[in-house]
Ligand binder design. Structure first.
Ligand SMILES: *Cc1c(COP(=O)(O)O)cnc(C)c1O
Length: 319
């Protein structure tokens, strides 16, 4: 098996991220354990800088550029958390960031991105191709493009989250990972399958956007229409090339979850564990709570990937 990125790249990323990324807490819940009949360990990336694991990949990718590249600035396209992550990491490096964003991106994410001093270029996600727009802008201005998931340095950075989790809790039988474009899952696989060769790693997608599941089953990247789901961090039409190479070789399975189950999870996290978890970040937990994979008496890691959700929207969903 010849993968384009290895756990060594994750180790290098973890050195770059030392004292830069927050070592987020791992929460447990007696209620959650009783409900699932398993020992659950929630890795709380909702407490990461910018409220999501995306800071890890963004910072690692910018840190990996040459000085000359960095000074010209960076550009990305994103549905939100990656945009904030690039904006904030660029701010830390004192460089310029341009973000290509869908015009229907959640307000909280637009405001936060602007707040870090990044410039925003809006586009219509149902009509225009973000990658085409990004390429044009990068060519004009000399920016380095840092895509949200299909990039070795981004994947390596995301892999540091599972590294911290495993170093803290030790042996796991399962690891459940939210899945959009596959950056978090690919990075988690490199880490988990190296540190814990017998762990089973499960990617979890929204039911309406099961392109990665279709890709895994058919052996090639499947592209779907832009899905409609409240999991706005997983509205990708297809997973990345680097991501697919890693995922198809290492993942144990990919399962899907309904939006209603994400809402129940948000409710559970807020009311029982006192934490705000965004819809996309509930994917892994929803798969466990709905017993899509039997985990009774097992030790189960679950990545809560972020906590950025509009509070009015959140209140509506919860009620
Ligand atoms: C981006 C994102 C995901 C999906 O990550 P990919 O690397 O695109 O698979 C999951 N949860 C949250 C909160 C995200 O921001």
């Amino acid at each position: 098996m010849n993968l384009p990125i290895t756990y060594n790249n994750v180790l290098e990323a973890s050195i770059r991220l030392k004292d830069k990324a927050i070592k987020t807490p791992v929460f447990t819940s007696r209620t959650a354990n009783q409900h699932s009949g398993a020992s659950l360990f929630f890795k709380c990336e909702n407490f990461q800088h910018v409220g999501a694991f995306k800071f890890r990949g963004a910072y690692n990718a910018i840190a990996s550029l040459s000085d000359e590249q960095r000074q010209k600035g960076v550009l990305t396209f994103s549905s939100g958390n990656h945009a904030q992550a690039i904006a904030y990491a660029s701010h830390l490096f004192g460089i310029q960031a341009l973000i290509v964003m869908p015009e229907d991106a959640p307000e909280i994410k637009v405001a936060a991105t602007k707040g870090y001093g990044a410039k925003i270029h809006f586009y219509d996600r149902y009509q225009q191709n973000r990658e085409v727009i990004a390429n044009q802008l990068a060519e004009e201005h000399g920016y380095s493009i840092i895509p949200p998931y299909d990039h070795p340095d981004v994947i390596a950075g995301q892999g540091t989250c599972a590294k911290e989790l495993i170093e803290e809790v030790g042996l796991l039988d399962y690891l459940f990972v939210p899945l959009g474009g596959g950056g978090l899952l690919a990075g988690s696989l490199l880490t988990a399958k190296t540190l814990l060769p017998s762990v089973k790693v499960i990617g979890v997608e929204p039911e309406a956007g099961n392109d990665a599941q279709q890709s895994l089953r058919s052996g090639q990247i499947v592209t779907i229409e832009t899905p409609k789901s409240i999991a706005d961090g997983a509205l990708t039409t297809h997973i990345g090339n680097y991501n697919f190479q890693i995922i198809r070789n290492l993942v144990d399975d990919i399962v899907t979850v309904k939006d209603n189950d994400l809402i129940s999870m948000m409710n559970f996290f807020a009311s029982r564990m006192k934490i705000i978890v965004e819809p996309t970040a509930c994917l892994g937990a929803a798969a466990v709570f709905n017993a899509l994979i039997p985990v009774k008496n097992k030790r189960v890691g679950i990545i809560l990937s972020g906590g950025n959700v509009d509070m009015k929207q959140f209140a509506q969903w919860i009620s």
